[in-house]
Design a protein around this ligand. Structure first.
Ligand SMILES: C[S@@+](CC[C@H](N)C(=O)[O-])C[C@H]1O[C@@H](n2cnc3c(N)ncnc32)[C@H](O)[C@@H]1O
Length: 170
C-alpha cells in the first residue's frame, strides 16, 4: 500500500503536473515498497527507486541524502512523504537538485514545518506549483492511526502542513 496521502491518484496528478516527456529518467527518493516506481514504468518513464529500507523488488538500497548518482543524471525526481522523515529536508533538496539536469523537475509531496516555497527557492528551484494538502493529510494520518498502520511512524510534532510542490532546476 502507498505510504502517502492520495495513493496512486495523487502520484498520477504529480506526474501530470511535472509534465515530463515520455521516456524521461525519474528517481523516486524514499521509494518504500516501489508502487510509484511501478507506476512510473507503467506510464512510460524510466523509473528508478531508492530507499534506506526497500520493501519491494523495484527499489534499490541507498540513502537519498548521498545517492552516489553523477550530477545531472535525472530528468525528474519524485518524492512522497520521505524528505521530512530523513530529518534533513535541505540536504534532500540539495541532493535532488544536484542529480537533476538543468531544467529537470522535482515533484514533491511532504510534511513541512516552514513555508515550502521559500525553502525550495533557497535550494535553487523555481516553484511552478504549490498546493496545500494539509486537510487531506490529516484525514489520511488519522485513518492510519485508526487501522493501527501508523505504529512506528515518526509523528510530526508542532505546527506543520503537507504540500504538493513542483519545482524546476534553473
Ligand atoms: C512514509 S514512507 C513513504 C514511502 C513511499 N514514498 C510511498 O509514498 O509509499 C517513507 C520512506 O522514506 C524512506 N527514507 C527515509 N529517509 C531516507 C533516506 N535518507 N534515504 C532513503 N530513504 C529514506 C523510508 O525508509 C521509508 O521507506
Amino acid at each position: 500500500m502507498n505510504g502517502h496521502p492520495g495513493g496512486a491518484a495523487h502520484t498520477r496528478r504529480m506526474l501530470a503536473l511535472g509534465a515530463l516527456a515520455p521516456g524521461s529518467r525519474v528517481l523516486d527518493m524514499g521509494a518504500g515498497a516501489g508502487e510509484t516506481v511501478a507506476l512510473l514504468r507503467g506510464s512510460g518513464y524510466d523509473g528508478v527507486g531508492l530507499d534506506l529500507a526497500p520493501r519491494g523488488a523495484n527499489v534499490r538500497t541507498g540513502d537519498f541524502l548521498r545517492t552516489g548518482f553523477p550530477d545531472g543524471s535525472f530528468d525528474g525526481v519524485i518524492s512522497q512523504c520521505a524528505f521530512y522523515l530523513s530529518g534533513d529536508v535541505p540536504g534532500a533538496l540539495a541532493e535532488s537538485r544536484r542529480i537533476l539536469k538543468t531544467g529537470g523537475v522535482l515533484m514533491l509531496s511532504d510534511v513541512f514545518f516552514e513555508p515550502p516555497v521559500p525553502l525550495l527557492t533557497r535550494a535553487g528551484f523555481s516553484v511552478l506549483v504549490c498546493e496545500d494538502m494539509t486537510a487531506q493529510w490529516r484525514g489520511y494520518y488519522l485513518e492510519a492511526v485508526w487501522r493501527g498502520a501508523a505504529d512506528g511512524c515518526r509523528v510530526p510534532r508542532g505546527k506543520c502542513g503537507y504540500h504538493l510542490l513542483i519545482g524546476r532546476k534553473e
